[in-house]
Write a protein that binds this ligand. Structure first.
Ligand SMILES: Nc1nc2c(c(=O)[nH]1)N[C@H]1C(S)=C(S)[C@@H](COP(=O)(O)O)O[C@H]1N2
Ligand SMILES: [Mo]
Length: 388
């Protein structure tokens, strides 16, 4: 937890001025976890490199509007956004290294898909004991329609050599000081998948700056970190990229570990697809309801798998009833869900939602603790007070 004083020290002066569009508006008392509301009601988790979280009550649409889409930056966003001068290089284990420009990319067939993007660290701040990193609550997730050419069409133009087994991406973000650049790779199979694209558009408009303008990779169903923003270079590699953001970053222990244990690198694996997970967007945690008729709603997603059922509990997890899934659906996209409930009497209730997917995965009651707080998909309790 960051105290108010600590926070004000951290963001005083330059950082605040740099993000003048994100004024400080609301904050908790000194002993409370820091919550700063920014532009469009977004929660500011970091100003140094902009990290914006979506308040859960915004998750009542299948498509998240761009101003409400979370932002996760590891470094400074690029300062120039000239899509005319912008080029994308393809190099490495290819027959014919290429440099494409925007016009070249627009000539390729456009593929469009709705994808739920979630940061691997979403829910990190809810892990106990606390681990270092951005203390995300629940809202480092969102769903958008992404469109652009298929990565495989680009790779086919360049001609992947038989030895090409992984594909790495580099963006134009500005690397501060000693920090290594944000480069990660994905296996060639996922790179050649018909749904992996170089996205030029989000929700029918050019990508917003914060979300990777003019181009980003979109690796559907996988952790957000796979989808490199401000894309400038694609390299075909013989083996997985070796760098900070592949190892030790974004890895999960093969076996559960306890907080004090150290984990050897060889006992870990890189994160790929997202977990099964759900959230209650309404009613809000801690809210008082004036009616006993309660409309519970939220979202549920499962990465590369499909959500099969969302169950709701109104008694703190003792009993569960199936909710109703929304009509909007697409592979890799979350489902809206809802549940109508009549509270038998006034009082305090604990609501929970629990999603299960086509791989028979279901949400655990408690976070599966890990040293970097990744993929927290624990069932989340929402406390309400009914006072009709
Ligand atoms: N170049 C670049 N790409 C990046 C990042 C970054 O810092 N630099 N952050 C990654 C992470 S960790 C996530 S979760 C997603 C977030 O995408 P968004 O900011 O569009 O929500 O972008 C990924 N792509
Ligand atoms: Mo992330």
């Amino acid at each position: 937890m960051t105290s108010r004083r600590g926070f004000l020290k951290a963001v005083s002066g330059a950082a605040v001025a740099a993000y003048a569009g994100y004024p400080l508006r609301a904050r908790a008392a000194d002993d409370q976890p820091l919550v700063v509301a920014g532009k469009d009601g977004m929660i500011v988790r970091s100003y140094r490199f902009l990290d914006l979280e979506t308040p859960v009550e915004y998750f009542n649409n299948w498509i998240t509007p761009a101003p409400h889409f979370f932002v996760r930056n590891h470094m400074h966003e690029p300062t120039t956004f000239d899509s005319q001068a912008w080029t994308l290089r393809i190099r490495g284990e290819v027959e014919k290294p290429l440099t494409l420009n925007m016009a070249g990319l627009r000539k390729l067939e456009k593929h469009s898909l709705v994808n739920t993007l979630e940061c691997a660290g979403n829910g990190r701040g809810l892990q106990n004991p606390r681990v270092p990193g951005v203390q995300w609550g629940r809202g480092a997730v969102g769903t958008a329609r992404f469109a652009g050419p298929r990565l495989r069409d680009l790779l086919e133009q360049a001609g992947v050599k038989p030895g090409g087994k992984h594909v790495s991406f580099r963006g134009l973000d500005e690397v501060p000081g000693e920090v290594p650049p944000f480069i990660r790779s994905i296996p060639i199979e996922k790179a050649l998948d018909a749904d992996t694209i170089v996205a030029l558009e989000m929700n029918g408009a050019p990508l917003p700056k914060h979300n990777g303008f003019p181009a980003r990779v979109l690796v559907p169903g996988w952790i957000g970190a796979a989808s490199c923003k401000w894309l400038s270079e694609i390299s075909v590699l013989e083996k997985e990229f070796e760098g900070n953001y592949m190892n030790p970053g974004y890895r999960m222990p093969n076996q559960p570990v306890k907080p004090a244990e150290t984990v050897k690198s060889e006992d870990t694996h890189p994160l790929t697809a997202l977990n099964v997970k759900s959230l209650i967007s309404s009613p809000g945690d801690g809210s008082t309801l004036k009616s006993r008729t309660v409309h519970v709603q939220g979202v549920a997603w499962a990465g590369e798998a499909d959500v099969t059922v969302v169950e709701i509990s109104v008694d703190g997890g003792a009993t569960w009833q199936p909710g109703e899934l929304g009509h909007d659906q697409a592979r890799y996209a979350w489902r809206l869900w809802s549940y109508q409930w009549k509270a038998p009497k006034d009082g305090e209730y604990v609501l929970m939602s629990r999603a299960t997917d086509s791989q028979a995965r279901t949400q655990p009651p408690q976070p599966v603790w890990n040293p970097s707080g990744y993929l927290n998909n624990a069932i989340d309790p929402v406390r309400i007070h009914v006072q009709s």
